[in-house]
Design a protein around this ligand. Sequence first.
Ligand code: HEM
Length: 404
Amino acid sequence: MARLLLTLVLTLFLSLPAAAQEAPQAPEPDRSATGGAPTLEDILRRQRGEEVSNDYRRDSTTDAQTTPQAAPALGPLGGASDSEVWRDLRFNQADVKVSSRGPADRVLVQDAGMWWLQLRQGPLATYGGWLLLATLGLLALFLLLRGRIRIDGQKTGRTVTRFQPVERFAHWLMAGSFILLALTGLITLFGRPGLIPVMGKEAYATLAQGSKWVHNNVAWAFMLGLVMAFVLWVVHNIPDKTDLKWLAQGGGLFSKGKHPPAKKFNAGQKIIFWLVVLLGVSVSASGLSLLFPFELPMFAKTFAAINETGLPQALGYGALPEQLAPHEEMQYAQLWHAIVAFVMMAVILAHIYLGSIGMEGAFDAMGSGEVEEQWAREHHSLWLEKLQEEGEAPPRRGTASPAE
Ligand code: HEM
C-alpha cells in the first residue's frame, strides 16, 4: 500500500519534467549568429516545455564558437551585451548585491518554476477535482444502494454520554477550521479557471484576498484542534483484535442488521483518526513552510531520507533531488500541501457523510454529546458494556444495578 502510494505521488511529481525529457529532441540550432547566446528557436522550445540544453552557454570562453565577441554581425560589442548579465542572473552566477538578507533574496530569476506552474494548473487541479467529485459520487451511490443506516433494534429512550464538552470542543474546532481551510484552499486553486469567468476579476480579487487571510489565520485553530483531538483520543485508537473482526465483517456497513462488536472507536473510525492525524501533521508542516517562506525548507532533507531507503531508485525514478533552490523548496511544499489536502478532503467527505445523513443517531454524539442507548449497543457494544460495568451508563434492562 505504502509502495503504491509512493509510486503514485512520485509519478505525479515527476510526470512533467519526465514528459519534457521524453519529448523528441530537435536538432541543436545553429547559434553562431548569436555568438552562442540563445536563439529564438531555443526560447520557443523552452516555452513548448521541451528540454533545452544549456551546455552551449558562454562559460567555455576558450571556444571560439561560443565566445560572444566572436559574432561579428551583432555590432561593436559582438554578442557581449546585457544579455550576459541576464544569463548570469538566470543561472545564479551574477555577483548580485541586495539590501535584504533572506535565504532566497539573491535569487532574482528562477526559471525552474514552469514545470511546477504547469503541474499546479494541470494535473493537480484536474486529478484533485476529480477525486472530490468521485468521492461525492460514490457516497451518493452508497446512499442509494444501502440507504440510511438505521437503528435496527427498539429505541430505549435512554441516553448515554458519548463525548464530554472538551472532546466536542476539540472536534468542532478541528472540523470547523478544516472546512474553512478546505473551502478557501479550493477558492485559491480553482479561482483563476473556475471563478474569474463567473464573477469577474475585481470581485475575485477581493474574495481571493479574504480567502488568503482566512486560510493563513484559521490554520492555527486547525493545528490546535488536531493536537487536542490527538491527546484526548489516542488511547482509544490503538489497534487491537476487535478491529480485525470488525473489518472482516465490513463493519456491518454493507448489510442490514449486522453489528460487529466495537469499543469506543471501531476500526473504521481508527483509520479515520490516524489518517486525520498523519495527514493533518503533514498538511500543517508543509503549510508552515509556506506561511514562513524560505525559513522552513524540508524537501531536500526528506528526499535525501527517501533516497536512503532506495525505494525511488528501485521503482525506476532514480534518486530524488537532494539539492534544491529555496524557490524549489517552496514549489514542492505547495504541491505536497495540496496533494495531502485533497486526500484529506476526500476522507473527510466520507466521514461527514457517516457522521450526519449516513447513519441515524450518529450526529448526536458530537451534537449534544448524548447518544441513544440502542445506537450505542449496535455500534459500540463493548464500549457500552464497559460503561455499564463502571456504572456510567444505565444498566441493561432486566439486570440489577450494583446499588439494587
Ligand atoms: C460537518 C462536519 C462533521 C460532522 C457532522 C462530523 C461528525 C462526527 C461525529 C458524529 C463523530 C462521532 C462519531 C461517533 O460517535 O462514533 C465524529 C468524530 C470524529 N470526527 Fe468528525 N465530523 C465532521 C467534520 C470533521 C472534520 C472536518 C474532521 C477532521 C478534519 C473530523 C474528525 C473527526 C475525528 C478524528 C473523529 C473521531 C474518530 C471518528 O469518529 O471517526 N470531523 N465526527
